[in-house]
Design a protein around this ligand. Structure first.
Ligand SMILES: Nc1ncnc2c1ncn2[C@@H]1O[C@H](COP(=O)(O)OP(=O)(O)OP(=O)(O)O)[C@@H](O)[C@H]1O
Ligand SMILES: CC(=O)N[C@H]1[C@@H]2OC[C@@H](O2)[C@@H](O)[C@@H]1O[C@H](C)C(=O)O
Length: 363
């Protein structure tokens, strides 16, 4: 801990888009004080991405991929510490999300690979992992967990406010005027379907700057069909597995050109955020967007058009839009260490505010 009793914590996120590891350092008391520090992304190479894909659904060589993923996270932490000029003795805690390979909370199952004990031993720093497990065991969705962090950041901003993360999957945190007014849930697809479509049809990792989607036309009937999926009619809190919409997206895009398919899938992401509006207790005065999808101008223009209130890039508020989720897992690790709640009835349908996570001491 630093002199003023703040924890120095590093958060690690390997997100559903499978683009790589986001790592970020923060100083925090686990409550309202948050000072963001250095952050970096270590991209996965296509070989490792394919291996990760091969264990989605908890199939294949899970143990082998988990061991490799853990080593890659250790390397990411070392790189970040070097960049931030931090020694092992100066870091109190690592929050290790791992990689979700299965998420079926209705069956009481969520599975993130990543071995916290091994990471703690490799680094000589205490690691908190398994942050979603206690919530799911108590009947919650286990996701999203970033809302507690979004609320900590939102201090001085006018409410109601919505924070939207556009990762592989989309998730929203609605922060109302009262201290406990928090509603959060996964909105629908964000980039994962679009990435998969681009990889299959034009061989690129993503629709860079939305160029493909911008050159296509949205078929309104197909879009309406996609938005009829039963998920959107479900009352939140609710959460998604990465590939929940893969089957309907495959049918919905059948026969389309790469550009028209990308335009449709981008509109599907925007439309699903629109459907999220139906569930918010009051319309937000502003949306703040983080995650890689905020770099896609087609998504941002679509959101501005659909939501009709300011839609800001997280950077406009001094937040690091690429590192926010990694920072969140650093923050959650500190809260876990302090026994503070990390999920709430309004964020995961937890029966009451719940702490979570497993502490793996530095050996
Ligand atoms: N310039 C860009 N143009 C279009 N899309 C982009 C751009 N930069 C990033 N993206 C998209 O953002 C995605 C990565 O977003 P991010 O890192 O927030 O996801 P994640 O952390 O893996 O996901 P999650 O939050 O679901 O766990 C990429 O897969 C890509 O689709
Ligand atoms: C099960 C799981 O890994 N869910 C992720 C995923 O990626 C985005 C969305 O779906 C969100 O629910 C969650 O991640 C964020 C970081 C969270 O827990 O807040």
């Amino acid at each position: 801990m630093t002199d003023n009793s703040l924890f120095v914590a590093i958060g690690l996120m390997s997100g559903t888009s499978m683009d790589g590891i986001d790592a970020a350092v923060i100083r925090t008391d686990g409550a309202l004080v948050v000072e963001a520090g250095a952050a970096l992304t270590v991209p996965y190479d296509e070989g490792f991405r394919a291996r990760l894909r091969s264990v989605l659904g908890e199939r294949g060589d899970v143990a082998g991929v988990e061991a490799e993923l853990t080593c890659r996270h250790a390397d990411a932490v070392r790189r970040l510490m070097e960049e931030a000029g931090l020694s092992v003795a100066e870091v109190d805690l690592v929050g290790f999300h791992g990689h979700t390979i299965r998420h079926e909370p209705d069956k009481g199952i969520t599975r993130q690979i990543g071995d916290g004990a091994r990471l703690a031993a490799a680094l000589g720093i205490a690691v908190v992992d398994r942050l979603r497990y206690a919530d799911v065991a108590a009947g919650g969705e286990g996701a999203p967990l970033a809302p507690a962090y979004h609320r900590a950041l939102a201090g001085g901003l006018e409410r109601p406010l919505a924070v939207l993360n556009l990762g592989g999957v989309g998730n929203v945190t609605w922060i109302g005027p009262g201290e406990d007014d928090l509603l959060a849930f996964d909105t629908g697809p964000a980039n994962a379907l679009l990435d998969d479509w681009c990889r299959r049809t034009v061989g690129t990792e993503c629709d860079l700057d939305g160029r493909l989607a911008a050159s296509g036309r949205v078929d309104p009937d197909r879009l309406a069909g996609l938005l009829e999926h039963g998920y959107f009619a479900r009352r939140p809190p609710k959460s998604l597995d990465r590939d929940e919409f893969a089957a309907i997206a495959a049918t919905g895009t059948e026969g389309l050109s790469p550009a028209d398919g990308a335009a449709l899938l981008a509109a599907f992401t925007v439309g699903s955020v629109g459907r999220a509006l139906d569930w918010l207790p009051e319309p937000p005065r502003r949306w703040i967007v983080c995650g890689g999808g905020r770099r896609n101008p087609v998504l941002m223009a679509g959101l501005r058009d659909r939501l009709g209130v300011p839609v800001d890039d997280a950077g406009a508020h001094g937040w690091d839009g690429d590192a926010l989720e990694a920072q969140a897992f650093a923050y959650l690790a500190v809260r876990s260490r302090l026994g503070l709640p990390i999920s709430f009835p309004g964020t995961t349908r937890a029966p009451r505010p719940l702490t979570g996570g497993r502490l793996n001491p530095a050996s």
